[in-house]
Design a protein around this ligand. Structure first.
Ligand code: GLU
Length: 303
């Protein structure tokens, strides 16, 4: 058997899990592998598993993508316990959380455009930026002038670059600095960090298993859960699947979907087996059903 792709520290007491795709296109096999790992983490502990469609970004979402994603997950044998949660239907929960933050004086209005933030932070395009605090403490007259202008503000939190620590089952002890991130966009919709934190808490999620591209989002989410007095889940950020050039797979590469694999003669059972083999859980080409996968996963990848 090939080597384990990663090892996980022992599971948390609350192993209720979730998979939360954005409906921006068909899931690629890297997304499917992450979903399988998340499912195995929960099910190997006899815990609940939920699916949540993160459809708040109306510009990026694609018609029919969510339904297709659910079909592909089910074809691999992944199941879930409650009706699928759609973030677009959860506005009132997000607005309630924004009110709590407002009451704690943790919010401020921000009129900066992305280009202005980049310029103020002297960050070249494409690199992550820390919000430089431009709108954090605007003088009253300036604030009134901005409020009178036609453009609506986004809402940012006063996190003031605090350092946050958290435990990750793959990476161990982690820490990161939290900048003043956006919790409500200019159009009033909840921003990613806020929606994720509220949803995970309200779904009773004890463990967040997701791709390690989201590791850097975690300090903000841990901080926000703390401010809202919500339980902080355990995290497991797992390696993304990469192409031959070392680049993480993208949903734009259509051939690496379940449909693309089917066109190459690989049915969902074979794809599950290939993904399990890539994790180091079975031999290449060895048939493995979803329940065997959860058992083998627990004995080979979990310390
Ligand atoms: N919706 C995010 C994505 O598709 C995942 C968010 C999360 O798992 O916290 O990348």
């Amino acid at each position: 058997m090939s080597e384990a792709l990663f090892k996980l520290a022992p599971p948390p007491a609350n192993a209720n899990g979730r998979f939360a795709p954005s409906p921006t296109g068909r899931l690629h096999i890297g997304n499917l592998r992450t979903a399988l790992v998340a499912w195995c983490c929960a099910r190997s502990q006899g815990a609940d598993f939920s699916l949540r469609i993160e459809d708040l970004d109306s510009e990026r979402k694609r018609d029919g993508a969510a339904e297709q994603q659910l079909q592909d997950l089910a074809a691999l044998g992944i199941d879930w316990d409650r009706p699928v949660v759609y973030q677009s239907e959860r506005t009132s929960s997000y607005l309630a959380a924004i009110e709590v933050l407002r009451k704690h004086d943790l919010l401020y209005e921000c009129w900066c455009t992305r280009a202005e933030i980049r310029e103020a932070a002297s960050a070249p395009s494409g690199t992550p930026v820390v919000y430089p605090g431009t709108c954090r403490d605007l003088p009253r007259a300036e604030l009134q002038a901005r409020r009178a202008s036609s453009r609506a503000p986004a809402l940012r939190v006063r996190a003031a670059e605090q350092k946050v620590r958290f435990f990750d089952r793959v990476r161990g002890d982690c820490a990161g600095v939290v900048d003043d991130f956006v919790v409500a966009r200019q159009d009033g919709t909840a921003a990613y960090h806020l929606a994720v934190v509220i949803d995970d808490a309200q779904l009773g999620v004890g463990e967040v298993v997701r791709g390690d591209d989201l590791l850097e989002s975690t300090p903000a989410q841990v901080w926000l859960a703390g401010q809202l007095e919500l339980a902080v889940p355990t995290y497991a950020h797992i390696p993304l699947m990469r192409d031959d050039a070392g680049k993480p797979l993208s949903k734009k590469d259509g051939s690496l979907t379940l449909a693309g694999q089917a066109a190459n003669g690989l049915d969902p059972d074979r794809v599950r087996s290939d993904l399990a083999a890539s994790l180091g859980v079975c031999e290449l080409g060895e048939p493995i059903d979803i329940d065997q996968l959860a058992l083998r996963f627990a004995t080979t990848l979990v310390d």
